[in-house]
Design a protein around this ligand. Structure first.
Ligand code: MRU
Length: 356
């Protein structure tokens, strides 16, 4: 088991000595390894293979990826830098399709390049690195605010179910879906967490339980197919998960299996909440029907850790995300407050606010 002290740094991605450093999440919880990402190709691979994962962390990684793609070249003028930014951004856009934070971060980097076109090539590149640092810093502040707003949902003695990993590992540092739990715990509330294991890549089993243990929050691991049973048995009072993309009407894409959890929660009258930053809200799409759902390698379903868990050659369908309709969602915890239905109105309100 990786040592507790290794996460005392409490960060998932950071910049050091001209490289982006990531915790390789594919190796957790058995091995804690920091990897140096020096090129945009390495960043593409790290995102694609889920070494860095979770919508906000993907956004931060993407921003650094753009900067890395500018390195090792000479530019005659700032126009050449902007052309390269667009080329690198188009390439990074092919990594993963569902988490909108990836595209949001690319837009931020493209816009920053355009806005500073009057700088020299060297200064423009430096400004783009600064933009990536700002995105990381904003992520930290945003997650803390989500934690503060969401903590009011957590009562002493309750049990909260979560799915996948929306903790510090899924952001630069503090998490979204788990942020209210961290915040409530810091303020002295005592509660219990059930973590769905989250097939096929086990982000709940490998990452959420690991993180909650670092924070000394009591956690019980269950298989995905046990959630409804636990709800029926009265073991769960609240569901709190993250998001990869939220449409204008509140429909929310998150890790595959989230929709089933939301349906079960509705059947048992248990409030189901999303926690996500505004950068996860895609106002360009009216509903969840327009959210692209990533399909991943069938090998993720028929094997784990290199061991075959199904007959060789069996047909596999492996969507990585599903969409929970807005009418199953009691609220969306953001950095400006908890949004309530109807989400079309509350999302508009959220974008009119400045975080405190
Ligand atoms: O495939 P992953 O591990 O990147 O999926 C992550 C999730 O679905 C998370 O719940 C979501 O990104 C929210 S992370 C704060």
């Amino acid at each position: 088991m990786a040592e507790l002290t290794r996460v005392s740094k409490n960060r998932t991605i950071w910049w050091e000595n001209d490289t982006a450093i990531l915790i390789d999440q594919t190796l957790l919880p058995g091995t804690y390894r920091e990897i140096s990402i020096r090129t945009v190709e390495e960043m593409w691979e790290a995102i694609r293979m889920l070494r860095v994962r979770g919508a906000p962390a993907i956004g931060v990684a993407t921003a650094y990826g753009v900067y890395l793609g500018l390195q090792g070249r000479t530019y005659s003028d700032s126009k050449a830098v902007i052309e390269r930014v667009n080329e690198v951004a188009d390439y990074l856009a092919t990594c993963r399709p569902t988490a909108v934070n990836l595209f949001w971060a690319l837009s931020r980097m493209r816009e920053a390049a355009e806005a500073h076109a009057s700088l020299s090539p060297t200064d423009l590149c430096a400004r783009l690195l600064e933009e990536a640092h700002i995105i990381l810093q904003e992520d930290n502040e945003t997650c803390r605010a989500i934690g503060r707003f969401g903590a009011e949902l957590i009562q002493d003695g309750m049990t909260v179910l979560t799915h996948c990993n929306a903790g510090g590992l899924a952001t630069a540092c503090y998490g979204t879906g788990l942020a209210p739990l961290f915040s409530a715990h810091e303020s002295g509330k005592r509660f219990h967490v059930y973590a769905d294991e989250t097939r096929p890549l086990l982000q709940g089993a490998r990452l959420t339980t690991w993180e909650l243990r670092q924070h000394r929050i009591p956690v019980t691991l269950i298989c995905d197919n046990m959630a409804a049973h636990c709800m029926k048995a009265g073991r769960i009072q609240l569901v709190l998960v993250g998001a990869d993309r939220i449409a204008s009407n509140g429909d929310t894409a998150n890790k595959i299996g989230t929709y089933s959890v939301a349906l079960a929660a509705q059947a048992h009258k248990i409030p189901f909440y999303i926690a996500a930053p505004r950068s996860t809200i895609d106002r360009s799409i009216p509903s969840g029907n327009e959210i692209p759902i990533e399909e991943r390698d069938p090998r993720e379903v028929v094997s784990f850790g290199g061991i075959l868990t199904a007959p060789e050659g069996i047909a596999v369908y492996n969507p990585a995300f599903d969409v929970t309709p807005a009418d199953l969602i009691a609220g969306i915890v953001t950095e400006v407050g908890i949004l309530r239905p109807p989400y079309k109105e509350s999302i508009l309100w959220a974008f009119s606010r400045t975080p405190a």
